[in-house]
Design a protein around this ligand. Structure first.
Ligand SMILES: NC(=O)c1ccc[n+]([C@@H]2O[C@H](COP(=O)([O-])OP(=O)(O)OC[C@H]3O[C@@H](n4cnc5c(N)ncnc54)[C@H](O)[C@@H]3O)[C@@H](O)[C@H]2O)c1
Ligand SMILES: [Zn+2]
Length: 369
């Protein structure tokens, strides 16, 4: 088992450890009980994760209370689910001495983290991520929340986990599309932080897609290192953490314009290609990297084709309303080189002229695979 410590210097009590291994699930509860012997544990998961047998593997013969979110997926990520969970915790007479265990993907992790942040003014949460997105991204960093009927993550809070346990064997039951698109955040991590890691991903993508435990443990470790190093410097998203938004400005716009029919990872892949085109137009892009990325996404079976119903105007309209926009125009995170984000005077987000962005979108709209 490998371990990484995430230190939060401004609030040392919020620091935590990430443990990574293969076939860990059956031994996690014993470890948690050892770490927090006085806590009453409450497990949250969703219907698909339970159906995949992961809840049974985690609980073994223990009789811990649990709650299964149904239906699984983003549709349940709203405030009514939080209310139901909290009332179910109260009925089980759980007090401030309880801790929430999140077993599932980013949806369960975000709901459970938010429940833990507000239940009786805050109880600990332990994350056990079971998707490529959550193992690389959402389980680490402390962002929690649920959607309103108007926007995503409208209700939210920063609540860092007390511990994270990554068991790569849980990915075996995840469907191929979810698995592959979730890997886009992994590629993003390599691009923003580590060129050697990007080369590793190109060389080993076949084994990663084949879900071989060795490469999966390695990428979990690298992803946590990259995300943890950013979170440690900027635990509450004030500046540096923006680099994790690489590819997300146009990516989010495409995702939202598709009414969330395009999966987040696929949209971010499109956004990463857009950022690479913009970098080239600004004169510091890398042609080789752009063709390597296209090759990689093809190997991962991720289409970069934007559906006809999504027009340039729609994308421009959405990015002008980006939550980080200034004067109705977003600022972009860009790469200075592979593994290094462009930083000017301590700022990681940059103004890009509208014409350049429009030209990049024109190129994207012509993408045919
Ligand atoms: N908090 C953050 O920093 C952060 C970062 C990225 C994404 N997110 C959030 O994460 C959510 C997406 O997370 P996700 O991509 O993990 O999706 P998800 O949690 O919705 O899971 C995708 C699907 O796979 C199923 N599933 C999960 N694990 C499984 C397994 N091991 N075997 C079989 N089925 C399994 C789920 O039930 C669901 O149907 C979004 O709501 C997004 O906003 C949060
Ligand atoms: Zn993302």
């Amino acid at each position: 088992m490998r371990k990484i410590d995430v230190k939060i210097p401004s609030r040392p009590k919020d620091s935590y450890t990430i443990a990574i291994g293969n076939n860990l699930l059956g031994s996690i509860l014993t470890k948690v009980k050892k770490r927090m012997p006085k806590k009453n544990l409450f497990v949250l998961t969703d219907a698909n994760v339970a159906k995949a047998g992961l809840l049974k593997k985690l609980l073994k013969s223990s009789k811990l209370p649990y709650y299964i979110i149904s239906p699984a997926g983003e549709r349940s990520k709203h405030i009514q689910t939080v209310t139901k969970i909290i009332e179910s915790m109260e009925k089980k007479a759980l007090g401030r001495d309880c801790a929430v265990i999140a077993l599932g993907g980013g949806t369960v992790g975000d709901i459970a983290g938010f429940v833990a942040a507000i239940y009786k003014r805050g109880v600990p949460v332990i994350q056990i991520p079971t998707t490529t997105v959550s193992q690389a991204d959402s389980a680490i960093g402390g962002k929690t929340g649920v959607d309103s009927s108007i926007s995503k993550n409208a209700y939210g809070s920063f609540h860092h986990p007390s511990a994270v346990y990554i068991d790569v064997s849980t990915l075996k039951t995840l469907n191929k599309k979810q698995f592959n698109t979730g890997l886009v955040e992994t590629i993003k991590h390599a691009l923003i932080a580590d060129e050697k890691y990007f080369i590793y991903l190109q060389k080993n993508m076949k084994d990663i897609i084949a879900k071989k435990p060795g490469p999966l443990e390695y990428i979990a470790l690298k992803n946590c290192q990259v995300k943890a190093s950013v979170v440690e410097i900027d635990p509450y998203e004030k500046n540096k953490r923006r680099i994790l938004n690489y590819g997300h400005t146009i990516g989010h716009a495409v995702e939202s314009a598709s009414n969330y029919r395009i999966l987040h990872g696929q949209a971010v892949a499109i956004g990463i290609i857009a950022a690479n085109i913009i970098e080239q137009k600004l004169g510091f892009g890398d042609k080789k990297r752009l063709s390597e990325l296209k090759k990689l996404f093809k190997q991962m079976n991720i289409s970069l084709k934007i559906p006809k119903s999504i027009t340039k105007r729609k994308i421009l309209d959405i990015i002008s309303r980006d939550k980080k926009a200034v004067n109705k125009w977003p600022r972009f995170v860009l790469l200075a080189e592979t593994g290094k984000v462009l930083c000017k005077k301590g700022d990681y987000a940059h103004n890009v002229k509208r014409k350049i962005v429009e030209d990049a979108i024109d190129i994207l709209l012509k993408q045919s695979f």
